[in-house]
Design a protein around this ligand. Structure first.
Ligand SMILES: [Ca+2]
Ligand SMILES: [Ca+2]
Length: 269
């Protein structure tokens, strides 16, 4: 009604609004900081149904969560690995799992000196081959030197043996392979992801770890006690975490829970 009132009311309302905004920001700050922490955000969303569980119940819940995924063909795996395993300091190269060598993305193939697609869960253990499924699941597929891939073959994982030529820090004997220290935990978490993801409720075998070596074509990989130790000794680093995120964002849209929660290895096994 009064012109004066309106003139005074505007700055007053603006001041009240400013206080409200400031108060709102102050109240929202802790929540925003939490949301910025990806692990906490994932717990509230992706892992919501698994939280608070342990043992078989945790494994079952994680199986349901990670089984919701996009699946790749074996030929699509080449380009996926060029993204997931890209050298952070050289976007034209990938880092090879066992040798640690940075090598041109274009050197993929089957010749000596090339890199190829290593199945960390050896595909003969359960006989899943390279059909779309466990054989094309890039959570356990990594670029490796062709010859070192051949040395690893379908051996189980364990400590010990003699040095692997051309792959410093890796050891092998007749029935097992020991990867270099920097990827021991990666190998353990890949194997245990496969055990949770593949439970025999699809066209493929139920993959499980055991505490043996020499498993041959049985759907098992050992040695579990050593894998658990490797998970402790080599926690997830930025390369492994980034790889998990790239798979989630761009390719399969599922995660390796043991990279996000390494303590879940002990909670299940
Ligand atoms: Ca590592
Ligand atoms: Ca399984």
């Amino acid at each position: 009604m009064s012109v004066h009132r309106r003139i005074y009311a505007r700055p007053l309302l603006a001041a009240i609004a400013s206080v409200a905004v400031l108060t709102g920001l102050a109240a929202a700050a802790p929540a925003a900081a939490t949301a910025g922490n990806s692990a906490a955000a994932l717990d509230d969303t992706y892992y919501r149904d698994a939280l608070g569980r342990t043992g078989a119940a945790l494994k079952s819940s994680l199986h349901t969560i990670v089984s919701d995924q996009t699946k790749l063909s074996y030929s699509q795996v080449w380009d996926a690995l060029k993204a997931t395993d890209e050298d952070p300091s050289d976007p034209s190269s990938v880092i090879l799992l066992y040798t640690g060598r940075s090598q041109s993305k274009n050197d993929n193939g089957g010749n000596v000196g090339d890199w190829n697609r290593e199945h960390v869960w050896a595909k003969s253990h359960g006989g899943f081959g390279t059909a779309t499924g466990p054989g094309t699941d890039i959570h356990h597929l990594r670029p490796t030197d062709v010859q070192v891939n051949s040395v690893r073959g379908n051996k189980d994982f364990d400590n010990g043996g003699s040095a692997v030529a051309g792959a410093p820090g890796n050891y092998t004997d007749g029935d097992s392979f020991e990867p270099r220290d920097a990827v021991k935990g990666d190998v353990a978490r890949m194997i245990l992801y496969m055990a949770v993801r593949y439970e025999g409720d699809d066209a493929f075998a139920d993959l499980e770890p055991n505490d043996r070596v020499g498993n041959g074509s049985a759907p098992y990989i050992g040695r579990l006690s050593v894998l658990k130790q490797w998970n402790q000794e080599d926690p997830p680093d930025s390369f492994e975490k980034n790889r998990n995120q790239v798979i989630f964002d761009r390719f399969q849209h599922n995660r390796n829970p043991f990279i996000d929660h390494p303590e879940w290895v002990e909670a299940i096994w």
